[in-house]
Design a protein around this ligand. Sequence first.
Ligand code: FES
Length: 56
Amino acid sequence: MYVCLCKGVTDKTIRRAVDDGLSSMRELRQQYGVGSQCGCCTQCAKDIVKDAVAER
Ligand code: FES
């Protein structure tokens, strides 16, 4: 599903990025722009990063 509509980023993309070494919302924002426009997705994206990091 799309997490960030503004940037067209899905939960799969976020999980893949975490598998590839990304480990924080800050990095996700820098690399994918997630949360950098309307900001609606920030909490949801944060939860997915946290979850994916815990599963790593
Ligand atoms: Fe992610 Fe708007 S939905 S910045």
